[in-house]
Design a protein. Structure first.
Length: 291
């Protein structure tokens, strides 16, 4: 009996003094970038953990979740530690590129992922060009109306003084209107701002994102009659259950849609504004193409 206890005690000592074992699995929660990956730590005999996600980010959580903003092959390393001893486990994680054109719009209130529509190629290509040039970085959401929309893209808003009147800045050209019946001003729609012109050409740089309100069927029918718009059953359900600004359909080009982070619109729309609808505290933006 004493020999058995001695053997067990010795085994426990050896195990407690042994090297840690590092091991993990992962699950990609999206089928393309940007993708959220959940890591499951299956290590043993360890007290501390250090993760290197392969994109310049790291974590010391036991089983972290990480978002990869762009596609690619990432070498993920988990370092399991116990005292002065440590062991690494390395696994390659592949994140596919999106099949659609996606833009990430970053703000202090959160980030939005926006899909650009192929059905509006002139607006899509122009927006991509400006984003890749860094045109929108550090510009402001200069016009915010709760229950309606949030607007930005005025080049004059960069480093603008508090008392400056914004909204008239442009980039020197207009874009021909691209009206598509199936693309409506539902909540989260990315749309081109414009000045009054008979051809309804769009600003080359200013845009707005729809917040809007839920529209009762009777009111939508009234708007449709007044503006000679026709809505299918699905579109009517969107306006009734999700909301939007149908009074703008057929007058401003819709060329994209927020597909992630739509709650950020509500946060921005809720800020305090002055008499010109400019937020009292500047809201800067940064954009990048998700590849």
């Amino acid at each position: 009996m004493k020999k058995s206890l001695l053997f067990l005690f010795s085994a426990l000592i050896l195990f407690s003094c042994g090297k840690p074992i590092s091991n993990f699995t992962y699950n990609v929660n999206d089928n393309h970038a940007p993708a959220t990956v959940t890591f499951e730590n299956n290590s043993s005999n360890a007290e501390e953990y250090y993760w290197d996600f392969g994109d310049g980010s790291n974590s010391d959580k036991e089983s972290p979740t990480h978002e990869y903003k762009t596609s690619g092959n990432y070498t993920v390393v988990l370092k399991a530690k116990k005292g002065s001893k440590e062991k690494d486990k390395e696994i390659n994680v592949f994140i596919p590129a999106p099949s659609k054109c996606l833009v990430e719009l970053e703000t202090e209130y959160g980030n939005m992922v926006i899909e650009l529509y192929d059905a509006t190629p002139k607006h899509r290509d122009n927006f991509i060009k400006l984003v890749e040039e860094g045109f929108y970085n550090d510009l402001l959401f200069h016009r915010v109306i709760d229950g309606f929309m949030v607007q930005g893209g005025d080049p004059n808003s960069k480093n603008a003084k508090k008392e400056a009147a914004l909204g008239s800045g442009d980039i020197g050209y207009l874009i021909p209107a691209e009206f598509v019946d199936s693309l409506i001003h539902k909540k989260g729609a990315l749309c081109a701002a414009r000045t009054n012109n008979p051809e309804k050409k769009s600003s080359g740089c200013q845009f707005y994102i729809v917040q809007g309100k839920k529209i009762a069927p009777a009111l939508l029918d009234k708007i449709a009659t007044q503006r000679k718009q026709r809505y299918g059953k699905y579109q009517k359900e969107i306006y009734q259950n999700i909301g939007g600004t149908p009074q703008l359909d057929g007058n401003y080009t819709v060329f994209g849609q927020v597909i992630k982070g739509i709650e950020v619109i509500d946060k921005i729309a809720a800020v305090r504004t002055d008499g010109r609808d400019r937020p009292e505290d500047d809201i800067k933006m940064k954009m990048s193409i998700i590849k």
